[in-house]
Design a protein around this ligand. Structure first.
Ligand code: SAM
Length: 256
């Protein structure tokens, strides 16, 4: 267990908290990321959920509203946690938040489900990914599940920038190697922008790290568009997101 982290990730999000938070309104996030995460996470009724890298608490609230008994969000960034807490004060639904590092977190308790949305893509090495996986396993009850969304490192690099017309895309080397930065770009509908680095690791490294951390059944899961999303946009609008998704689902579980 270490406290390795890419340089000042928390500080980056302290600076771009408002712009990142705004991106949650983009159709790609509302109609693609959200329903996909919920489909992976359900059934949620009565479950205790730990949301690692919760950001402004958007997904923490989502799982709580979808039936979770308890939802605790953890994030490195003080500003992101402040946004999450402010939303809970505005509209109390019983979510809790605290600052913490998913690399070495030890809450001293376990949950039915651990979720993370855009955390794994911060690992620059297998060792860093193992730290995240170890945190996930230590916080899961026996038989508990992990589900997440992460930057789609299985995508053909020729299609990294295809998400541009949805307002979220990434750039990186034509042939990425272990640990290479992949820069995520966000263009919000109000004209505000943000960019930040995530990191490439091979799909094999992901499978190995999950297995070595004692998590079983590691699998990539495709995302899907909600019925509302299909109805709200012209035919063809989602084709590129479905064919070349910049985000991919992940699933694993702790043995019983
Ligand atoms: C792209 S944002 C995603 C936030 C939220 N999950 C969402 O999808 O709206 C990535 C978040 O990961 C957090 N983060 C990165 N590394 C972390 C770590 N080691 N421990 C906890 N949070 C981390 C950042 O502070 C940031 O809030």
């Amino acid at each position: 267990m270490t406290d390795r982290n890419p340089p000042d990730v928390g500080g980056t999000y302290d600076r771009i908290a408002a712009e990142y938070s705004k991106s949650i309104e983009l159709p790609l996030r509302v109609h693609f990321d959200e329903p996909s995460l919920l489909k992976l996470a359900k059934p949620l009724d009565g479950k205790s959920v730990l949301d690692l890298a919760c950001g402004d608490g958007h997904y923490t609230r989502l799982v709580k509203q979808a039936g979770a008994d308890e939802a605790l969000g953890i994030d490195l960034s003080r500003e992101m946690v402040a946004l999450a807490e402010a939303e809970e004060r505005r509209t109390p639904i019983g979510c809790r938040y605290q600052m913490g590092n998913a690399s070495n977190l030890d809450l001293g308790r376990t949950f039915d489900l651990v979720v993370s949305v855009y955390l794994l893509n911060y690992a620059r090495t297998k060792a860093e990914l193992l730290d995240f996986c170890d945190t996930i396993r230590r916080h899961l009850k026996p038989g508990g599940r992990f589900v997440g969304l992460t930057l789609n490192i299985t995508l053909d690099p020729a299609h990294y920038a295809d998400g541009k017309h949805y307002g979220v895309w990434f750039t990186g080397p034509a042939q990425p190697q272990e640990g290479d930065p992949l820069t995520v770009h966000i263009a919000n509908t109000d004209g505000s922008t943000a960019s930040f680095d995530n990191y490439y690791l091979t799909p094999e490294t992901y499978a190995q790290a999950f297995a070595e951390a004692g998590l079983q059944g590691f699998a990539w899961r495709p995302l899907q568009v909600s019925k509302e999303g299909l109805a709200a946009f012209p035919p063809g609008y989602w084709d590129s997101a479905l064919a070349y998704p910049i985000t991919i689902g992940v699933e694993a579980r702790r043995g019983a």
